[in-house]
Design a protein around this ligand. Structure first.
Ligand code: ATR
Length: 280
């Protein structure tokens, strides 16, 4: 049996076992994807244990993505750019670290907007954490010309821009959240990568008045599926993209690496995830 895991703390509510379990069943693969709860001080020992036990690899979630980067002996370009790893693969010659978050977002945006929709366009990205780094990479791949990076703490947006400027083609323009109203009319896409609006946190209070009618709004938060930001955007007639697409597509390269099959993102998978999200 092929085995893989999702390591994090807490990890009880991770949807990864549901996602991978759905595909394992669909493709008739003898395999499993298990939750691996580990506190930071247990991380390295848990990785060593599952490697000894013959796991193909693990997905890595909060708070271990930086520790996973440090543990990996090789990194793909996305992991280097993000300084974080969400996929560890155990090989004969060591542990490889990858980051598939940008693939998830770029595929989701492509599916919803079309492959060329952002080429040469301006995007407003909210947030400057790890998710924002993956988002910059995805937007660059989709050909965005300018990315405004707005963050509550402006200095974080500035240092992220400085760090990534030479590694990508798009022009990065850091600023505080307060500059939103002035630049909103230039955007083809508004993309939220902050955790504001996640269940249990206050929503982003953003006035969408200045956003052009044709602009799309994407939130990477998927719990709740319809954040207040998306609800307000839909009420104003904007095309909206929720966070489930990114979640499903980021898992495709992991599943292939673990189990050897290129999986498909389908309405059935989405329905299974929504069911799991709504479970008590
Ligand atoms: P991740 O790696 O998931 O992106 P993170 O590094 O903790 O997580 O980043 C969280 C992001 O959400 C940051 O951009 C944070 O803004 P600050 O850097 O200014 O803290 C943003 N964020 C969280 N709560 C927010 C809120 N209530 N309003 C605005 N931004 C918020």
């Amino acid at each position: 049996m092929k085995r893989a895991g999702i390591i994090g703390w807490p990890v009880a509510h991770s949807l990864s076992p549901v996602l991978h379990g759905y595909w394992l069943k669909e493709y008739g693969i003898d395999g499993e994807m298990v939750r691996l709860p580990a506190q930071p001080e247990q991380f390295a020992a848990e990785i060593a244990r599952v490697r000894r036990d013959g796991f193909a690899g693990v997905n890595v979630t909060v708070p271990h993505k930086e520790a996973a980067f440090a543990l990996a002996q090789s990194h793909d370009r996305a992991a280097e750019i993000c300084g974080a790893v969400n996929l560890l693969l155990f090989g004969k010659n060591g542990i490889a670290g990858r980051n598939t978050d940008h693939v998830g977002l770029s595929q989701s945006l492509k599916e919803n907007l079309g492959a060329e929709a952002l080429a040469g366009k301006t995007v407003i990205l909210l947030g400057a954490g790890g998710a924002a780094r993956a988002a910059v990479l995805a937007l660059d791949e989709l050909g965005a010309a300018q990315i405004h990076i707005l963050n509550r703490h402006h200095d974080r947006a500035a240092s992220l821009s400085n760090e990534l400027a030479l590694k990508i083609r798009a022009k990065l323009l850091p600023g505080p959240l307060e500059s939103w109203a002035a630049i909103a009319p230039t955007a083809a896409l508004l993309l939220n990568t902050t955790s504001a609006g996640m269940a249990g946190t206050p929503p982003l209070a953003l006035d969408l008045t200045g956003l052009p009618q044709g602009a799309a709004v994407c939130d990477i938060v998927y719990n709740p599926l319809e954040t207040e930001l998306l609800r307000n955007a839909a009420a104003r007639g904007h095309k909206t993209i929720d966070g489930l697409g990114m979640l499903m597509y980021q898992a495709v390269p992991s599943f292939e690496a673990f189990f050897g099959v290129r999986s498909s993102v389908t309405p059935g998978l989405r329905a299974a995830l929504i069911l799991a999200l709504n479970a008590p």
